[in-house]
Write a protein that binds this ligand. Sequence first.
Ligand code: ARG
Length: 457
Amino acid sequence: MRLWGGRFAKKPDELAHQFTTSLPFDRRLVEHDIAGSIAHARMLGRCEIITADEARQLEAGLERVRAGLSSGELRLDPASEDIHTEIERLLGEQVGALAGKLHTARSRNDQVALDLRLFLREEIDSLRQGIASLQKALVDAAEGNMDAVLPGYTHLQRAQPVLLAHHLLAYFSMFQRDRERLGDCRKRVNVCPLGAAALAGTSFPVDPSFVAEQLGFDGVFANSMDAVSDRDFVLEFLAHAATGMVHVSQLCAELVLWSSAEFGFVRLADAWCTGSSIMPQKRNPDIAELARGKAGRVFGGLVGMLAVAKGLTLSYNRDYQEDKEAVFDAVDTLSGAVEVLREMISTAAFQRERMAEALEQGFLTATEVAGYLVRRGLAFREAHGIVGQVVRYCEKQGTTMEDLTIEEWRSFSREFGPDITECISPRGAVEAKASPGGTAPERVQEQIAAARKLLKE
Ligand code: ARG
């Protein structure tokens, strides 16, 4: 069945059909297509474009199609061009010629935009829940490891001691913004395009607000040409999904690095590692690697859709059909990655002894020593220079700052006193970082409390 055979003497070439059909993927919109059609049928009846009885029959027929498809009694025919055609065909089997009235005052152009918006709205809601449950796993891990201190890095060089909880909560913040961005994007997704018809609106007395209300939209389109060709909501979603995957990839990269023998900061659960087919000893973080790798396809979807939309003239062009696979793939990839990451984090065993060992080398508290001198009146720049000499001295001697005698300290500055030893302990350094948002335990506890509050909202 085709929705447009009348003016053609011949059927489309089979190859052309194969090339253009969207049914293999837009079948995923089946529920949304039916829901949209029911709302449209009700509106047609209410606005007396069809009779109330016809509207009721159409709705009942669509309900039967829905039930038949979900029970398996009805099947989609791959010969159809798209899900919209196919639902109308199945409706015809239920209600006969009356099915032909459903498309009054509607085009597939506004219909497909509607379906995709309905789909995305639902998926955004479940993605946001998925991200929240990953965030919860991060807060739980932070709270359960408040005594773990590890090197914080810049340039992947040991920099300053930080609480593991602080490190994990940095990811909480990233995912919080991802969740907020998706929520913000949802506002622009949740605008109803139905009633734009092909591009110009319709001469039938439709009520787009009624349809919008039926389907839970916050508003209706302002311009019919924009309504059928706007794919900003797709671009926006893909950009936010891509940003989410950046964060996923970063956390996964840490798990991969930290689970190496060189770092040893984390031991991933057996269930979240795989073995090697040749090396019996291996325990590979494949799942984390793959989640990291899958960021690439989401970026690809975004760049692909930008390229599809760029330079397109108004209004609907078939090019837009390309939007669906990019959206589906981004939704599946992000939701899958977030879920596995949540499980990996909640089953990971953080290795605080290895973290403590890593704090012994690398002069991580050198900044603290400079601070010590500053509190005794030296300019920071001068203090920085003195501590630099201390570090150079230790390196030459092959010792650490902990090994220095008070006489050695005082040879660099008369300001050093015996309390310098407290200042160079990693735990002391962490406790001293009590500035707002810093790594001191009380500041981190505040972050945990704030995070828990955000998760409750
Ligand atoms: N499969 C099409 C899409 O995904 C549906 C809209 C087709 N509209 C048209 N005028 N050919 O965009």
